[in-house]
Write a protein that binds this ligand. Sequence first.
Ligand SMILES: C[S@@+](CC[C@H](N)C(=O)[O-])C[C@H]1O[C@@H](n2cnc3c(N)ncnc32)[C@H](O)[C@@H]1O
Ligand code: SF4
Length: 453
Amino acid sequence: MNTICSALTNKYNIAGPRYTSYPAVPHWTRKPSSQEWENHIKKAYQVDATENGISLYIHLPYCESLCTYCGCNTRITVNHHVEQPYIDALCKEWDMYLSLLPDNPVISEIHLGGGTPTFFSPKNLERLIQYIKARAIIHSQHEFSFEGHPNNTSYDHLATLYDLGFRRVSFGVQDLDPMVQETIHRIQPAENVTRVMNWARALGYTSVNLDLVYGLPKQTVQSITTTFNHVLLWKPDRIAFYSYAHVPWIKPGMRKFTEDDLPNAETKRKLYQTGRDFLDANGYYEIGMDHFSLASDTLYIAFKNKSLNRNFMGYTTTNAQLLIGLGVSAISDTFSAFAQNQKTVEDYLRIIHSNEWAHFKGHVLNEDEKNTRWHIRQLMCHFQTQWPAGDQIEKMLITNKENIREMENDGLLVLSQNKIEVTEMGKGFVRNICMAIDPLLQESNQPLFSQTV
Ligand SMILES: C[S@@+](CC[C@H](N)C(=O)[O-])C[C@H]1O[C@@H](n2cnc3c(N)ncnc32)[C@H](O)[C@@H]1O
Ligand code: SF4
């Protein structure tokens, strides 16, 4: 068991990227033109997609009510008439991508994220997925997954998506304590989770994930203990245990509670430690950052056989290099370039309906960035990285010599001539280790990122 001492947490709890991409979004500076973007897509398709297929991320932004702790791109409404026009725009955007490809693509991964995908009716979700599948080939090893809110996921949602090939579902739980739920404006009785878990299992979903968050307002060691005691009875295949990212300058909803409601750094560390102890004692393995799974789950198997991958959707067992993001704020990744869609629904719909790419931000990677990305991915997915003599990482090891030596003295990593290995203790600080080899972090000292712990 790994006990994290509070001095280390305090020392390393600094603002930093989550590295679902490299460079991280705030560091994007070279947005490709429409023509360049189309060339990046065509090239990525040619180089990798015929072999590994493509990944699709579809952002469904609507939620009926705002959880004040939420850091996601959402649009709050109870008007369900918004569903149809939004799905029409997604289909149109998909057509724009298809028009660039020489044949129907092989899809190896679809993830419906949000917002709340289960805000949409099962019929509308079916229309969307059928439309996408109509001009695609589905990979024999495909992974289709979606995020469901336990309060509004119906049996019909689960059954419809199961019939369309979905076998993975993730439910947001966050915390079961009534006081915490009231403070984050998310009233969600445990019975609602039990109900959707039972339905998912009965239908044959092979991987059910629950999201939990530590560091939420009003959370205590006692409340998180009660939450874990309950959650473990459900025996989810995976648990995402996120550190609460407090970014009120981006998400004003977070100002609905006061900073005094938030646990201090020491309590936050104890919350994390309590959760980890529960996970360790109940057969869950730590897979990269924030993620835990049972040994039977494909995520653990991929971690063990070193095929784990990381992209904007988080950790994944597929290895497609071309990720197409559809919908408001969705990010696409061709491996050589990134592009992010407009963040408001109105802008997104308007631009897509005028037959243009809805990107407002992007980046084309240079060779040094590709190299750093490779090392960061190795560290995030496999807790180690190696390099040949003369690799550009060596410059960073010199620039950040003292910082890295300190991490080594603190027992977080072992550095040898051509290798960094993250220790058991260092796993909780893998973001900090990645930051030490990230040249782009040398320049900025603005509040761009949430805290690492
Ligand atoms: C799109 S939501 C999940 C689906 C659905 N909307 C729900 O809330 O159940 C994605 C997940 O991101 C995590 N999350 C959202 N805001 C966060 C924040 N500020 N800090 C850490 N995790 C956060 C939560 O665990 C949440 O379940
Ligand atoms: S946590 Fe989920 S339901 Fe709540 S506002 Fe965020 S995306 Fe919507």
